[in-house]
Design a protein around this ligand. Structure first.
Ligand SMILES: [Zn+2]
Length: 171
């Protein structure tokens, strides 16, 4: 971090602390302010080498101003809030290898879907060709594929989680 990014992050952190006192717990969670704090910390870390992250810190300051006035957080303001928030997080994920905590579940489901594909394709082909044997093979493969996919997905997810943890890449 540079002095400039340090100051900028310190200011954001202070503002979020104020919001935590100011807003109800439900509103604080709804605005995902803990996640925003974490995103600000990461953006501050990439500040020297990345102009997008410099802009992200500015954008986050703007979001905090909106969050401070819940009565304004509707319609276009709310829409802009979630859009800007998503953009900041997406940049960290795509350009700096930052990952979300949900990575394990996402790997599991990804594996499950991939595993289901061959069996699904065979089942559909069997149904189209009206061939019961192929349908039976398809369903058998579907079950095996799902089990195998979950297992592989979990394994890959655990490995990616552990790597992200060790490298401090979790948001
Ligand atoms: Zn960046």
């Amino acid at each position: 971090m540079t002095i400039e990014s340090d100051q900028s992050y310190a200011r954001i952190e202070k503002e979020i602390d104020c919001l935590k006192d100011q807003l109800s717990g439900r509103t604080y969670d709804m605005y995902e302010l803990d996640l925003l704090r974490s995103a600000a910390a990461k953006a501050a870390g990439f500040w020297p080498e990345c102009s997008v992250c410099q802009n992200s810190l500015e954008a986050i300051s703007g979001l905090l101003k909106d969050a401070a006035e819940p009565s304004r957080m509707r319609g276009a303001v709310l829409k802009n809030y979630s859009k800007t928030f998503r953009k900041v997080v997406k940049h960290l994920q795509e350009n700096h290898g930052i990952v979300r905590r949900s990575i394990l579940m996402r790997s599991l489901f990804g594996g499950m879907l991939l595993g289901a594909l061959p069996g699904l394709a065979a089942s559909v082909a069997g149904i189209i060709m009206q061939d019961n044997a192929i349908v039976a093979i398809g369903f058998g493969t579907l079950f095996l594929g799902i089990v195998l996919g979950i297992w592989l997905g979990l394994r890959a997810g655990r490995r990616r989680s552990a790597e992200a943890e060790a490298e401090g890449r979790f948001l």
